[in-house]
Design a protein around this ligand. Sequence first.
Ligand code: SF4
Ligand code: SF4
Length: 159
Amino acid sequence: MIYKTGVPTEEDLQKVAPSAERLAKGPVAVIECFQKIPCNPCYTACKKGAIKEFRDINDLPEIDHDLCNGCGLCVSKCPGLAIFIIDETYSEKEALVKLPYEFVPLPKEGDTVKALNREGRVVGEARVVKIQNGKYEDRTPVISVAVPKELSMVVRNIG
Ligand code: SF4
Ligand code: SF4
């Protein structure tokens, strides 16, 4: 249970996971935000109308994965570091996971780093493909890593 461990349960995750059909079509946002807090920058960042308008500032975000094109604008705007872009069409064997990263020093493009799961445990290796750290990222760098495709919904950090 996330309130005690800080780690979402499988049940929590199933509620927010895109369908296999949607994942097969290309990049899409996964919003792993499970605690009601007064916050909505994900909604205001999205130009595609994929995130439903909040009726109350404490609402949990609701995303229509079919309206999301995986642009990633919402990733660095989320103060909870709760949004990830998953692209299972990246290559035959690898998926691209785009994640917010607020540690220093930043890795470099081309580096091989440890792939971590939501609990911070090492689950494999990841290759840093791209680092975005410009004015649109609001000082939260966004790092794209290539991981084995079967880990696309497991890797949520690097170390
Ligand atoms: S990735 Fe882009 S289209 Fe998808 S929810 Fe985020 S801002 Fe909207
Ligand atoms: S911006 Fe992030 S923390 Fe805030 S409601 Fe949206 S997903 Fe949750």
